[in-house]
Write a protein that binds this ligand. Structure first.
Ligand SMILES: Nc1ncnc2c1ncn2[C@@H]1O[C@H](COP(=O)(O)OP(=O)(O)O)[C@@H](O)[C@H]1O
Ligand SMILES: [Mg+2]
Length: 250
């Protein structure tokens, strides 16, 4: 059981990286992929048609609290429903948080989700959590631990500062983190080296640079599905990252 989480501001490449990590891990074992971004597109990148979302589930329960069957605790009911909302494929199960349409907060669903994670995660060899930029779920400590926490940034001082703040937030809420890695994505030329001071200042001791890759740009014109080959610059970086992740397997 290895948990990999990703965080970073919007548009830096979290889902791009998460989707390729999921693809690689799926060859090695069972994967639970969690799309915690309200503008969920992890499923599209993986080419998986999503069945339902936690947000929809929340709206349903709020609209009709009488839905919870007599004799079943609300927690148990939500757990059952969350499993129903999950999209299952041969090697990847996908849980999409989505966005609730109605008013009100996510508190109750977050606490149910927390419990759900504790029960679900041990059933998989790998769990990959693609967090949303705002980190709403993370700030509620929905995720108890992350063996590898990837903080993704664009090649800018501002992006790295944000990644540093998110990493502090993850620590503050008490997520047990095994290993923190700053990924500077979309790198051209020697930009990553020039950002090493900013990375150190933001508290990162381990940094990886992921190149800007035209394969990704071209591919996005053709389709939402993304499958980056091993022999592209980005694919090579994914393989390097995977070697690190798999080393964390106890
Ligand atoms: N290394 C890269 N090279 C080229 N394009 C990239 C790269 N990483 C991400 N992109 C593009 O950047 C955009 C945002 O990526 P995405 O993964 O959706 O970000 P996030 O999930 O952090 O919001 C997408 O259009 C994606 O195709
Ligand atoms: Mg995303």
């Amino acid at each position: 059981m290895v948990i990999i989480a990703l965080a970073g501001k919007g548009g830096v490449g979290k889902s791009t990286i998460a989707s390729q990590v999921v693809r690689k891990l799926a060859v090695r074992g069972s994967v639970l992929a969690v799309d915690a971004d309200p503008n969920s597109n992890l499923c599209d990148k993986l080419g998986i048609e999503k069945k339902g979302t936690i947000g929809e589930l929340r709206d349903e329960i709020i609209a009709d609290p009488g839905k919870v069957p007599v004799g079943l605790s609300k927690q148990q009911y939500v757990y059952d429903q969350i499993q129903r909302a999950m999209t299952e494929t041969e090697s990847v199960d996908l849980l999409v948080m989505g966005r609730p349409e109605g008013e009100g907060c996510y508190c109750f669903i977050n606490s149910a989700l927390k419990e759900c994670f504790v029960k679900l995660i041990p059933n998989y060899d790998f769990t990959v959590v693609d967090n949303e930029a705002g980190m709403e779920h993370m700030s509620r400590k929905v995720l108890p631990q992350a063996d590898v926490f990837l903080f993704v940034s664009d090649p800018t001082v501002t992006g790295i500062k944000t990644a540093g703040r998110l990493s502090e937030l993850a620590e503050e809420v008490g997520i047990e983190i095994g290993r923190k890695i700053l990924i500077v994505n979309n790198v051209i030329g020697g930009l990553a080296e020039r950002l090493s001071d900013a990375a150190a200042e933001a508290g990162f001791s381990e940094t990886m640079a992921f190149p800007r890759d035209l394969f990704i740009t071209e591919s996005a014109v053709e389709s939402e599905v993304l499958d980056v080959p091993d022999d592209t610059p980005f694919g090579e970086s994914i393989n390097k990252l995977l070697a690190l992740i798999v080393r964390e397997v106890p």
